[in-house]
Write a new protein. Sequence first.
Length: 90
Amino acid sequence: MTVMHGATINMIDGILAECGGALTCATCHCYIHPDWVKLTAPPNERELEKLANVRHRKANSRLSCQLRVEDKHDGLVVYLPETQVWSDDR
């Protein structure tokens, strides 16, 4: 399972996943908490190409559709860019 898949089946707001994880849209952009960056596989070339075009990219930016969750990721913390999170205040 990927972070994107887990988020969408649990109806977490902010991960649109318009392409369903096909690595074509980058609407599942997220930030990995710095403590977890080294415990995740690095992004591949296709993911880096998509990340090059996302707004608010940071060094810890990833596409959640490419973050495969394993037992070692229990407690993984990811954040969403503010532009992807909607609140009642907007």
